[in-house]
Design a protein around this ligand. Structure first.
Ligand code: ZN
Length: 197
């Protein structure tokens, strides 16, 4: 059954979906009315069509400028640098940060052959240099793993001549893992306990 195998392969490419789950998802769509599959396919296409990257912070956005960058109540002099768009959600939940963000879309990883040129580093430097109001602090909130640390140190060196205060989020957890897996309290604690680097 070629079309079934094709859908199983497609599901298996999704993060966290193994062979058993892929089969279960296919079984679900086989059992349900055609409308269910249409709704799923259309929602996926609409999302791809409508959600773009904010040209300033590179978060996902349905408008030209994202909701955070266009919010006049956010503090423009402080930028929190994260690896992935979902990290913003995690930090917003702590309600302890009122500045703006910058999404790198990855971390420097010599092992995976990912260099600084492949993530949004140049965009961050341009943004800081061309900011209408001076940037007072940059918080490096890359993931607490080897790639995240490497990226934070690399960025700190580049940013030091441009920004008076560069801080690294302090983690109360052992190294390893993703920022967005930390619970709100741990993340809030690490945000408050950030240290100058
Ligand atoms: Zn934005």
């Amino acid at each position: 059954m070629k079309s079934l195998e094709r859908l199983i392969r497609a599901f298996r490419r999704l993060p966290g979906v193994g062979p058993r789950q892929a089969e279960r998802l296919c079984a679900y769509f086989l059992r349900s009315p055609i409308g269910e599959a249409e709704e799923f396919a259309q929602a996926l296409l609409d999302m791809k069509e409508n959600i773009k990257l904010c040209p300033v912070c590179f978060a996902y956005s349905e408008q030209d400028l994202c909701a955070l960058c266009s919010d006049p109540d956010r503090n423009r002099s402080i930028i929190c640098v994260v690896e992935d768009p979902q990290d913003i959600e995690a930090i917003e939940k702590t309600k302890l940060f009122n500045g703006l963000y910058h999404v790198l879309h990855g971390a420097i990883s010599p092992m995976d052959g990912r260099s600084a040129q492949q993530i949004k580093v140049r965009e961050l430097l341009d943004r800081v240099k061309n900011a209408a109001a001076p940037v007072r602090e940059i918080i490096l909130a890359t993931d607490p793993d080897a790639e995240g640390e490497t990226t934070a140190l690399y960025l700190a060196d580049l940013l030091r001549p441009l920004v008076p205060q560069i801080t690294r989020i302090g983690y109360g957890v052992p190294l390893g893992g993703d920022l967005d897996y930390l619970d709100e309290m741990t993340l809030g604690y690490s945000l408050k306990g950030r240290t100058k680097i």
